[in-house]
Design a protein around this ligand. Structure first.
Ligand code: GDP
Length: 289
């Protein structure tokens, strides 16, 4: 799902999120494991108001395992409880209720001390569009929850979904806007499909993707497109290096215009679609410093 965000949307989404967070014990922040930093919304810190938080690296099936491990380590060092998940198959999701239960131990003890029967552990999944929030909710619920309400600004009655014996999950995710400030963040979000395609310049995105592939995944790139004599880049390839590869891929895939010119729009779109369709393998577009 792609949404265009305007200041009014953002203010409303923030207000709604603050209201929702009052109802819950644990915030589950979902990010795309291929671009964990770029797919976070900095507002989560502010609106979580000190509640325990889980950071889920989702789509691990599409990301580079070694890079995902180093991200998980980095976030754990920052104090997050981190899980690596494939919401589509459910891999890694079984640990969620237990982790939520562990994180609510203090709260439950306090309630019991005051003589209250402790209820289920209440959690909310939040994140920017396209990180897999609905897929994860459906997976945890073991059924398809209506998508209605999964849009900023639309309010529906809150429902709690029972997950396992101890956890209750809010049936609609919290949707936050993606980061806008930095061009490279925008390109990463675009490459993974988190930004509406008709807002994109495919050529810019493909140049960015090729730069990353040439630097970190030359083997995967040459295998996919039969590029035999790819140079090994120690530093970022130049635009000329990238255009040479773009030309090569265009020719090999028959993305040509009359007169023997490369059709760069088609070539760019092909590379982006193949990256998104995992045809290039497990690729991470950002790594911890
Ligand atoms: P939302 O906007 O955050 O609710 O994202 P969705 O749940 O609609 O998921 C966006 C896209 O990512 C859909 O095409 C999902 O099928 C896909 N998706 C979600 N989780 C995973 C995952 O773990 N692995 C893969 N490969 N795809 C996923």
């Amino acid at each position: 799902m792609s949404i265009q965000w305007y200041p009014g949307h953002m203010a409303k989404a923030k207000r709604q999120m603050i209201e929702k967070i009052k109802l819950i014990d644990v915030v589950i922040e979902l990010v795309d494991a291929r671009i964990p930093e770029s797919s976070r919304n900095p507002l989560v810190d502010e609106i979580s108001s000190g509640k325990p938080r889980i950071l889920i690296l989702n789509k691990v099936d599409m990301a580079d395992d070694r890079v995902t491990i180093s991200w998980a380590k980095k976030y754990e060092e920052q104090g997050y409880s981190v899980l690596k998940v494939n919401a589509q198959t459910g891999a890694g999701t079984k640990n969620i209720p237990d982790l939520v239960h562990r994180l609510t131990v203090d709260k439950r003890a306090k309630l019991e001390n005051k003589g209250f029967n402790s209820r289920g552990d209440r959690a909310l999944i939040l994140g920017i569009p396209n990180v897999g929030k609905s897929t994860l909710i459906n997976r945890l619920a073991n059924k398809k929850i209506a998508k209605i309400g999964n849009r900023p600004g639309i309010t529906t009655a809150q429902q709690w979904i029972k997950v396992g014996k101890t956890m209750e999950l809010l049936d609609t995710p919290g949707i936050l806007w993606p980061k806008f400030e930095d061009q490279s963040v925008g390109l990463k979000l675009a490459a993974t499909g988190a930004i509406k395609d008709d807002l994109l310049d495919f050529q810019d995105v493909s140049v960015f993707l090729l730069k990353c592939l040439l630097l970190h995944y030359p083997h995967e790139l040459s295998k996919r497109y039969n590029l035999n004599d790819l140079p090994q880049f120690e530093v970022e390839p130049t635009i000329d290096d990238i255009v040479t590869v773009l030309d090569d891929i265009g020719k090999r895939r028959g993305c040509m215009m009359s007169g023997g010119y490369i059709d760069y729009d088609r070539t760019a779109e092909l590379i982006i679609r193949e990256f998104r369709g995992e045809k290039l393998g497990k690729i991470s577009l950002e790594r911890p410093e």
